[in-house]
Write a protein that binds this ligand. Sequence first.
Ligand SMILES: *Cc1c(COP(=O)(O)O)cnc(C)c1O
Ligand SMILES: [Zn+2]
Length: 422
Amino acid sequence: MFVKGLKCRECGKEYPDSALYVCDYCFGPLEVDYDYDKIKKNISVEKIKSRQPNMWRYKELLPIKGDIEIGKDVGFTPLVKADNLARVLGVKHLYIKNDAVNFPTLSFKDRVVSVAIAKAKEFGFKVIACASTGNLANATAACSAASGFECFVFIPSNLETGKVLGTLIYGTNLVKIEGSYDKVNRLCTEIAGKHNWAFVNINLRPYYAEGSKTLTFEMLEQLGFKAPDNVVVPMAGGSLITKVGKSIEEFEYCGLIEKHNTKIFGAQATGCNPITSTVKEKREFIKPVKTPDTIAKSLAIGNPADGYYAADLMHKSGGFGEDATDDEIVEGMKLLASTEGIFTETAGGVTVAVAKKLIEKGYINKNETTVLAITGNGLKTLESLNGRLDEAPVINPNLEEFEEVLKKVREKEKTNNKTIKK
Ligand SMILES: *Cc1c(COP(=O)(O)O)cnc(C)c1O
Ligand SMILES: [Zn+2]
């Protein structure tokens, strides 16, 4: 255990390793503070490689005491070399970090929840809770069930069926709130002040955020302990993207990778783009979006807690921010599925659509190595595709009717080929 405690990101005031998240002196966010010199002496490529293929193989850089008992099998998702998609987008070296198949709830949120709930257990909490746009609800509910905690989950009332049923199935106390995520979050902050519960993304947020580093650690390891030139990351509250930057710095400091200037790009939906609009308009502050309106509900946070730091990171790393409309999001989902056989949720559609724009506009160099963070699974957001894909033909069970269908398929191919040649 190499944790010194918590530290304010703004004024540097130090706090003990405990369920605190905001500085009582300047209201800045608290972060986990490590003894990096000690970590550097204790971590090595060989040590990491000798361990089980899960997120805990980087445990020196995670804030957990003792043995790992919670979320043991989370992480080490595939890094897919996406040559088909690369050809369509016109780039040479493209990879997909595929958290759509993370264990157990098919999104990147299994990582953050494992660390937060392990910490909740260490601190002696009896009840786990969260405010969620969907994936965190699924991950918190599943991990609470598996580790024997009572669980309360709060979501906006308009979430997708897959996210709702995929939470209730674990026997969770699910509460739907009328209004946007920001209203849900405000209520949860009040509840956290009254009840002594472990809200994974509120009072345990410093630990929760550390869990997201493992997505980047894995990506660096899977590239052969090398940093890519570009990373494209979807943003909700902006926590994951800021930890992409921190993870690369930590691996560099520990001597696990060579120093490299990775450009970090953030992706949002046009219907809720408080962070990308800040970058595009070169503003110094975040203008909250009051009423998010997008099919990418998992990213629909109008007032992002880490938005300022996310925008700052994109700027300083030489990256950029871009957003995608609902139609572009669906096209992105279709493109990833039809080229690489990967079915991502709307958030992944945002990432692919934004990467396409960044390449077209020249922000991403065609000869460089780029990784897209695909963070969630398409089976959870099926309704976003209703009426947006070709209908399947329905026929009687006889050969002639099938031959008719086949004729139409071939005709369609011909016209498609003609338009492509043009
Ligand atoms: C939560 C989430 C993210 C990132 O959220 P941040 O709040 O920015 O860390 C990205 N993709 C999906 C699918 C998510 O559920
Ligand atoms: Zn402070």
